[in-house]
Structures are given as structure tokens and as C-alpha cells.
Ligand binder design. Sequence first.
Ligand SMILES: Cc1cc2nc3c(=O)[nH]c(=O)nc-3n(C[C@H](O)[C@H](O)[C@H](O)COP(=O)(O)O)c2cc1C
Length: 230
Amino acid sequence: MARQHWKGGNMLYPVPAVMVSCGREGEDPNIITVAWAGTVCTNPPMLSISVRPERYSYDIIKETKEFVVNLTTKELTFATDYCGVRSGRQVNKFKEMNLTPMKSQHIKAPAIAESPVNIECQVVDIQELGSHHMFIAKVLGVTVEDEYMDEKGKFNLNEIGLVAYSHGEYFLLGEKLGKFGYSVQKKKNPEKTSKKSDKKQKNNTEKRKSNRATKKQTKGRKVGTSRKEK
Ligand SMILES: Cc1cc2nc3c(=O)[nH]c(=O)nc-3n(C[C@H](O)[C@H](O)[C@H](O)COP(=O)(O)O)c2cc1C
């Protein structure tokens, strides 16, 4: 089959498109959408975001050495795009998008209350790579919405309706194809397993819907450390 070969370019997709909130004391807080973001270390938990120096947010993050990574959902996709095409130099993105700044636990930069997962970060290094400078940061704490915790204390992150960004477009994460290590696990009855997981997902979705109405007014939040990844 014929193939084309191109010169080097950015083609690592999908990636998350996150809303990064930041702020200086005495000024309105700001939000910048970032797709060049990733986990870089498990222990200590660290992540990176790459930002162009010309962005309004760049100096704020460089000076304060703080930012919050807010995960994005289907409901937040419009705001995610908006925060990626308008600058805080001209508009107050929290106000324009009806988003609520929420006090963080470890840093002064506010989180976005409408995002179900807020990751508080402290910059430890800045790598000047070229067009983008990479902020390498420690994760000081993670706040998650109560709504996605089940009675056993498990955080159902994959039921949030997370959004991914691929080649210029946003996608809602959908069908589960397997779980970590499933390729080497002993096979169970596949039909039985998939029926069980469909039922579990349906139950959780219904529970979440009924919880949502009651929890909207008193937004419950849990602060903790994230689950250990490999
Ligand atoms: C989906 C998406 C992803 C983006 N990813 C990045 C990124 O990784 N780094 C960056 O510097 N800008 C990125 N941008 C552009 C900035 O979000 C945009 O220039 C924004 O207006 C900057 O806001 P500010 O001037 O208020 O800081 C992205 C925009 C979109 C829509």
C-alpha cells in the first residue's frame, strides 16, 4: 500500500485539551486552553504544559510559578475552545463563559468550579524549547467532584465524559475497549463480562443523573491525591 512521508511535525494525537487557570494577586484570573500537556512522572507526581511566551498566561505562570489544570468535558468543550482563541489581555474568560473561580487548596491560582477535576501545580522548571516553553510542575493536590465517587470510594473518572483533542478537532471519549493489563488476563466469558459492565455503567449513569440535581446547589468536592498510574 502506498504511503506518504512528511517532514517532522506535530502528529501525536489524541491529546487532552485542558483549561489551565492562573492568576496574579489583585488581577482577574485567566484561563488558557492547552493541548501540549502531559504526565511526566509518577513519583513525585509531575506534569508539563507547553506555552508560547507571547500568551498572556505565560508571564503569569512564569511569575507566580502556579497553575491549575482543569480537565474538560462535553459540557465544557465550547468554553475550552473559547479560552483557546481569545486572550485574557482583552476579555475576562471566566465572566464571558460563566465559569466560577474556585479557591485552591495549596496555591493562590484559582481552579474552575465547573470542571470535575482540578489539578493544582507548582512549577519546578522551565525548558525553553523553541516556539513553546515547557513548564514542568509538581502536582500538589487534586480536587474531584463528589458526584463521581461511588459508595466504595472509587473515583469513576471515565464516566465524566472526558474530551480529547485530535488533529484540530474535539472528541468525546466513548467506548471502553479494555483495561490496563487485559491483554494478559485469563479470559472470562466475554458475553457475561460485557453484559455486567454495561449494567454497571447504566446504573452509575442513572445514579449520577439523580445525584446531579441535588448536588448542584451545594457543590461537593473531594481533595486528595490521584490514583497511582504505572
Ligand atoms: C485546542 C487548543 C489547544 C491549544 N493548545 C495550546 C498549547 O498547548 N500551548 C499554547 O501556548 N497555546 C495553545 N493554544 C492557544 C491558546 O490557548 C490561545 O492562544 C489563548 O488565546 C491564549 O490565552 P491568553 O492570551 O489569555 O493566555 C491552544 C488553543 C486551542 C483552541
